[in-house]
Design a protein around this ligand. Structure first.
Ligand code: TYM
Length: 336
C-alpha cells in the first residue's frame, strides 16, 4: 500500500502570520515524511473578497517560497498553484449543483466575512466552501491538516462527498474518498495581539494585531511591546479572565519548543516587563532561519517557477482523473 495523502493550502490574501505558521504549515512539515503531500496556493479563494490584481501573482510566488522556506520538502510534497489546475473550477460547478444553499448559509466564516463587507458580498464568498471541497476531493486526500477555523469547511466537504457517493456511486465503488480533518491542539487557534478573544487574521485592518512571518526584528519587537496585556503579576495558562496571557504563553511555548509545564513554572512569577523581551527574542530566533531561506528563494524566480510548473503537471494528472470519474458518475458524455 502507498502512503496516505495529505492536502492543504493557504489563501493569497495578505501576508502569512504566526497563526498560519503554527496552525498549518509547521504541522505539514512535521508530518510530511509519512504522507504523500499536496500543498497548494489558494489563489482562486483569494478573489472571493475584493483583491488587487497588481499584487496577486507576486503574493502567489511569496506563499510558494514561504512553503519551501518553512521546510516543505519536494521529496515528499507537490507544491502547486490552484488556478493552474482548471479541474478545481470545473468540479466546483458540478458540486454547486448538488449542494443545498442552506448548507452554505450556515458557514460561520461566511457570516463573519459577509457582515464585514456589507452590500458588496460576492456569490464567490458564499460558494467558497464548495471550492474548498473541490480542492480536497480532487486529490482523494485522506487528511487535511488545518487550524481550528477551517473545521466546519471540512465537515461540509465530507457532507458533499457523502451526498455524491449516495446519489451517484455504487455501494462498493464510492465516487469520492471521504477526508478527515487533522487539527493539532497546540497552535490550532492563535489569537490576535490586540484582543485575546479574536483570532489572529490576515484581514484584520491593524497590522499590530499579528506577527507576520516576514516581519523584521524591529517590527516584531514593536508589536510585542505594544500588544495587549493585563495588570496582573505572575503569568498563567487557561485563565478565562486572561485570554491575552494564555495566548502569549502558548506562543512562547510553541516557538521555544518547550512543554506547557516548563513554561508554567518558568513564568509563574514573571511580570510583563520580563516576559515580553523573552517572547520577542524567541520569536525573532524562530523566524530568522525561515526569513533568510525565503529571501534566497524569492530572488531565484527561475527555480521557484520550475517548482510550480512541476507541481502543476503532477497535480493536474491526479485532479483530472478524479474529475473524469465524477463526470462519468453524473452521466456526462465522455470527451472525444
Ligand atoms: P487561510 O488562508 O485563512 O489560512 C491558512 C491556514 O492557516 C490556519 N489559520 C490559523 N491557525 C491558527 N490560528 C490562526 N489564527 C489561524 N489563522 C489561519 C487556517 O486554519 C488554515 O489551515 N480556506 C482556507 C484555504 C484553503 C484550504 C483548502 C485549506 C482553500 N482550500 C483545502 C485546506 C484544504 C483558508 O482560507 O485558510
Amino acid at each position: 500500500m502507498g502512503k496516505k495523502r495529505v492536502l492543504s493550502g493557504i489563501q493569497t490574501t495578505g501576508s502569512l502570520h504566526l497563526g498560519n505558521y503554527l496552525g498549518a504549515i509547521r504541522n505539514w512539515v512535521e508530518i510530511q515524511k509519512e504522507y504523500d503531500n499536496f500543498i497548494f496556493v489558494a489563489d482562486l479563494h483569494a478573489i472571493t473578497v475584493p483583491h488587487e490584481p497588481k499584487t496577486l501573482a507576486a503574493n502567489t510566488r511569496t506563499i510558494a517560497a514561504l512553503y519551501l522556506a518553512c521546510g516543505i520538502d519536494l521529496e515528499y510534497a507537490t507544491i502547486f498553484v490552484q488556478s493552474h489546475v482548471s479541474a478545481h473550477s470545473e468540479l466546483t460547478w458540478l458540486f454547486n449543483c448538488i449542494t443545498p444553499l442552506n448548507w452554505l448559509e450556515r458557514m460561520i466564516q461566511f457570516k463573519e466575512k459577509a457582515v464585514k463587507q456589507g452590500e458588496n458580498v460576492s456569490v464567490g464568498l458564499l460558494d467558497y466552501p464548495v471550492l474548498m471541497a473541490a480542492d480536497i476531493l480532487l486529490y482523494e486526500a485522506d487528511l487535511v491538516p488545518v487550524g481550528e477555523d477551517q473545521k466546519q469547511h471540512i465537515e461540509l466537504t465530507r457532507d458533499i462527498a457523502i451526498r455524491i457517493n449516495d446519489r451517484f456511486g455504487k455501494k462498493k465503488e464510492p465516487v469520492l474518498k471521504i477526508p478527515e480533518p487533522l487539527i493539532r491542539k497546540a497552535g490550532a487557534r492563535v489569537m490576535s495581539l490586540a484582543d485575546g478573544t479574536r483570532k489572529m487574521s490576515k484581514s484584520d485592518p491593524s497590522e499590530m494585531s499579528r506577527i507576520e512571518l516576514l516581519d523584521a526584528p524591529e517590527a516584531i519587537k514593536k508589536k510585542i511591546k505594544r500588544c495587549k496585556t493585563d495588570p496582573v503579576k505572575g503569568l498563567s495558562f487557561d485563565d478565562p479572565e486572561r485570554p491575552e496571557c494564555n495566548n502569549l504563553l502558548n506562543l512562547y511555548t510553541i516557538l521555544a519548543g518547550k512543554t506547557k509545564e516548563e513554561v508554567a513554572a518558568e513564568c509563574q512569577d514573571m511580570g510583563w516587563g520580563q516576559f515580553k523581551p523573552l517572547l520577542t527574542e524567541t520569536t525573532i530566533a524562530a523566524l530568522e532561519p525561515i526569513q533568510s531561506k525565503y529571501f534566497e528563494l524569492i530572488e531565484d524566480r527561475g527555480y521557484l517557477d520550475s517548482v510550480l510548473k512541476q507541481g502543476q503537471e503532477k497535480a493536474e494528472s491526479v485532479a483530472n482523473r478524479t474529475l473524469s470519474r465524477v463526470k462519468q458518475a453524473l452521466g456526462y458524455l465522455p470527451r472525444f
